[in-house]
Design a binder for this molecule. Structure first.
Ligand code: NAD
Length: 259
């Protein structure tokens, strides 16, 4: 990944933070994005740059706002001359039955988990086409393939991301650009910790039991997908071995979608 520039949206936490660190370790310059404590983000940014001898920037674009997404890409191109890899990772979750789902939560979730993928992709494609090389990696979900009770907005957004991944692949086929999705099952991040806590309270369980039940109900391996496994998939998609792999989804869900 040397001399490549990678933007990872939503990389101040969880999967995005792990992917950003993996790209930096592979020699890429990285742009971090997401919310969080400014001092902690700066410590992460500086640490990655020093450890791996690469440049790491932070851009605080709010992924609900198209003009800020555009600024994230324009600023990265101004600073590094290119966005070679865009990882559309930023995402949120909200659970409620459809009739109780607050419309503002629906709007926010669709904006971050779906529309931001469109805006980011539209912003990077002109430069990628000029250079004849680019990689777009969309972090979708096993919920891109199947439903989930109380997850209407998330499931709708992730299904749509898989559709957008295919259209992006078709429109860029043969141009040196590829677009693929990674579909994790359960990964131990703050987004899932909140769901485990909700389940523990609802069912009167301790956290260990709630975690086990969450896993075994849907993820046949009974194991979380790890950050290292997701990073390996993302790096593979950006390597020469995946040059003709486009429009696909890599499931890393311990067999969930095979059920
Ligand atoms: P997380 O909560 O740990 O991290 C989410 C990141 O998105 C954070 O950096 C946060 O600051 C950022 N973010 C949220 N709203 C934002 C906004 N408006 N603008 C910019 N950044 C914003 O979550 P995670 O579990 O690491 O999830 C990352 C992606 O992986 C999401 O798209 C999620 O749907 C997907 N995913 C997660 C799991 C899982 O089990 N954790 C499974 C499948 C898919």
């Amino acid at each position: 990944m040397q001399d490549r520039t990678v933007v990872v949206t939503g990389s101040t936490s969880g999967i995005g933070a792990a992917l950003a660190a993996a790209f930096a370790a592979a020699g890429a310059n990285v742009v971090l994005n997401g919310f969080g404590d400014a001092a902690e983000i700066e410590t992460t940014r500086r640490g990655l740059a020093q450890r791996h001898g690469v440049e790491v920037l932070y851009h605080g674009a709010d992924m609900t706002l198209p003009e800020e997404i555009s600024d994230l890409i324009v600023e990265t191109e101004r600073r590094f001359g290119a966005v070679d890899v865009l990882v559309n990772n930023a995402g949120i979750q909200h659970t409620d039955r459809i009739e109780d789902f607050p419309p503002e939560k629906w709007d926010a979730l669709i904006a971050i988990n779906l529309s931001a993928v469109f805006h980011g992709t539209a912003a990077v494609l002109p430069g990628m086409r000029r250079r004849g090389w680019g990689r777009i990696v969309n972090i979708a979900s096993n919920h891109g393939f199947g439903g989930g009770v109380n997850k209407c907005a998330y499931v709708a957004a992730k299904h749509a991301v898989l559709g957008l991944t295919k259209v992006t692949a078709l429109e860029t086929a043969g141009s040196g650009i590829t677009c693929n999705a990674i579909c994790p099952g359960w990964v131990k991040t703050p987004l899932v910790d909140r769901q485990i806590e909700t389940r523990a309270v609802r069912d009167g369980l301790d956290i260990a039991e709630a975690t086990w039940r969450l896993l075994i109900e849907q993820q046949p391996s009974g194991r979380f997908t790890t950050f290292d496994q997701l990073a390996a998939a993302a790096l593979f998609l950006c390597g020469d071995g995946a040059a003709n792999l486009t429009g696909s989804s890599i499931t890393q869900d311990g067999g969930w979608t095979a059920l």
